[in-house]
Design a protein around this ligand. Structure first.
Ligand SMILES: Cc1cc2nc3c(=O)[nH]c(=O)nc-3n(C[C@H](O)[C@H](O)[C@H](O)COP(=O)(O)O)c2cc1C
Length: 401
C-alpha cells in the first residue's frame, strides 16, 4: 500500500475502448492522484454532487453505497468455505455462520456462489440456480436482515480452474492451462468457449441475479477477480482469443460488460457491485502492467454504469501495489458508488485508510476467526487469529461458534 507505480500511458488503450457514448478519453484520474495524496479526494453523493472528504470519516461513520445504506465500513469479504451440500445447498451450518456475522448496518458479501451448474467445479460450494438453493439462501438473508444487516450474493464462474471431476467440461477463454504456485500444475482438458457458450454463461448471470432477488439479497457482486472466468477473459495471460472476446481491452472486457448488462436487466444497477484483483498473482494471473488494463477498464465501467453500488478491489498485502488511481476513478465518476478496499488489512491500517480516503474496508480471514469483528474493532478488543486448517473442511469447527 505504499507507492504509486509509474503511470502507464493510456493513450491508444483508451481510444480503442469506446464503451458507450459516455466513454471518456480523459486521464484526469491519473494526474490527480499522482500529484496529491488523500487531499482533494472527493466522493459524489447519490445526487451527483461532489463532496470533499473532511478526513473525519471513521470505520463507524455511516455510508450509503448505491441503494445500500450502511452504519459502518467493515465489510465481510467473500469467503469460500466448502460447507454447502454436494448440490450446492446451504444447510443449518451456513445459516448459523452468516447469522453470526451479521451486524446492524453491516455489509456481508457471500462466498462465491455458482451461477449455473456448468459454471462450477469446486466441491461443496453453494449455487443460486436451483429452487432448493434459493430456498436455503432465503433463510440466510432473513437471518441477516433480522439483525438489520445487509447481504449481497457473489456471482461466480470458475472457468479454467475448475476441478474436471466435478463438471462435464472445464470452460476457458483459450486452451491455456494455468500453472499454480499454490496447488501445483492444474492441467485438465479445457473447452475453449464458443460464442454460444459465452451467451449461455451471460444469461446464467441474469438468472442468478433474478434468483438473488427472489432469495431476498440486497444486491449482487459480480466476481471478476482472482483468476476465475471473468478475470480470465480480462487478462492477456489467459486470453489470446482472436474473435470479438479477445485482443484489445474492449474485446477482452466484452464478456464482463455483457454480464453487467445482463444482471442489471433484472436488478437495479445501484444494487450491483464488481470485484477486481488487478495485482493478484493467484491462479497464474497478473499482467506485467496491470493498470494499463484495469484503469481504463474501470473508467469504462464507471462511465457506462455510474450508478453501481460499489467497486471492490483486492489490494493490500497481495503485492504491495497501490490502487489510489482506481479509487479515484470510482470516487470521481461514480454517482454514489462506494469503494471497498480489501486484502491483508490490519485494524490500524483499515482505520487509517478510511480516515484518509473514506470508503470501506473488506476483511476476510479476521471475519472467519472473529464472527463479532465490528464489535471487537469498535471496542478495541484483541482479535483472534484464524486457523487455516479449518478454512475448507466440511465441519462446524472453525466455522461457527
Ligand atoms: C478461505 C478463503 C476463501 C476465500 N474465498 C473467496 C471467494 O469465494 N471469493 C472471493 O472473491 N475471494 C475469496 N477469498 C479472498 C478474500 O475475499 C480476501 O480477499 C482475502 O482473504 C484477503 O483478505 P484478508 O487478508 O482480510 O483475509 C477467500 C479467501 C480465503 C482466505
Amino acid at each position: 500500500m505504499s507507492f504509486i507505480s509509474p503511470t502507464p500511458s493510456l493513450n491508444g488503450i483508451i481510444e480503442k475502448f469506446p464503451l458507450g457514448a459516455s466513454f471518456s478519453t480523459s486521464t484526469s484520474a491519473t494526474t490527480t492522484t499522482t500529484t496529491s495524496s488523500s487531499d482533494g479526494t472527493s466522493e459524489k453523493t447519490p445526487s451527483g454532487e461532489n463532496k470533499t472528504l473532511d478526513q473525519g470519516e471513521t470505520l463507524f461513520t455511516p455510508i450509503r453505497i448505491g441503494d445500500i445504506q450502511l452504519d459502518h465500513r467493515i465489510v465481510m469479504c467473500p469467503l469460500t468455505r466448502h460447507r454447502a451440500s454436494q448440490q450446492g445447498v446451504h444447510g443449518e451450518l451456513g445459516k448459523t455462520y452468516y447469522g453470526q456475522r451479521a451486524t446492524k448496518g453491516g455489509l456481508i458479501i457471500t462466498e462465491g456462489t455458482i451461477v449455473s451448474q456448468e459454471a462450477g467445479g469446486e466441491a461443496n460450494v453453494p449455487g443460486i440456480y436451483s429452487d432448493e438453493q434459493v430456498e436455503a439462501w432465503k433463510e440466510i438473508t432473513k437471518n441477516v436482515h433480522d439483525k438489520e444487516g445487509k447481504i449481497v450474493c457473489q456471482l461466480w464462474s470458475l472457468g479454467r480452474v475448475a476441478d474436471p471431476s466435478l463438471v462435464e467440461k472445464v470452460y476457458s477463454p483459450n486452451n491455456i492451462p494455468y500453472m499454480s504456485t499454490e496447488r501445483g500444475p492444474h492441467m485438465p482438458a479445457l473447452t475453449v468457449m464458443t460464442e454460444d457458450d459465452i451467451k449461455r454463461f451471460v444469461n446464467s448471470y441474469k438468472e442468478a441475479a433474478r434468483n438473488a432477488v427472489r432469495a431476498g439479497f440486497d444486491g449482487v457482486e459480480i466476481h471478476a477477480a482472482n483468476g476465475y472466468l471473468i478475470d480470465q477473459f480480462l487478462q492477456t495471460n489467459s486470453n489470446t482469443r482472436e474473435d470479438s472476446y479477445g485482443g484489445s481491452l474492449l474485446d477482452r472486457s466484452r464478456f464482463l460488460f455483457q454480464i453487467i448488462e445482463s444482471v442489471i436487466s433484472v436488478i437495479e444497477e445501484n444494487k450491483v457491485g464488481i470485484r477486481l484483483s488487478p495485482y493478484s498473482t493467484f491462479q497464474g494471473m497478473r499482467m506485467i502492467n496491470p493498470l494499463e488494463t484495469f484503469l481504463p477498464l474501470l473508467e469504462g465501467i464507471m462511465n457506462k454504469h455510474p450508478n453501481l453500488a460499489y467497486i471492490h478491489v483486492i489490494e493490500g498485502d497481495q503485492s504491495g501495489d497501490d490502487t489510489k488511481e482506481l479509487r479515484q476513478v470510482v470516487m470521481s465518476k461514480g454517482n454514489g458508488t462506494g469503494y471497498i478496499s480489501a486484502g491483508g488489512y490490519q485494524v490500524d491500517q483499515a482505520r487509517k485508510v478510511v480516515n484518509q480516503h473514506g470508503g470501506m474496508i473488506g476483511f476476510g480471514r479476521y471475519f472467519i476467526s472473529n464472527p463479532d469483528l465490528p464489535a471487537r474493532i469498535q471496542s478495541d478488543l484483541p482479535l483472534s487469529e484464524w486457523d487455516e486448517s479449518t478454512f475448507y473442511t466440511n465441519s462446524a469447527e472453525g466455522y461457527i461458534e
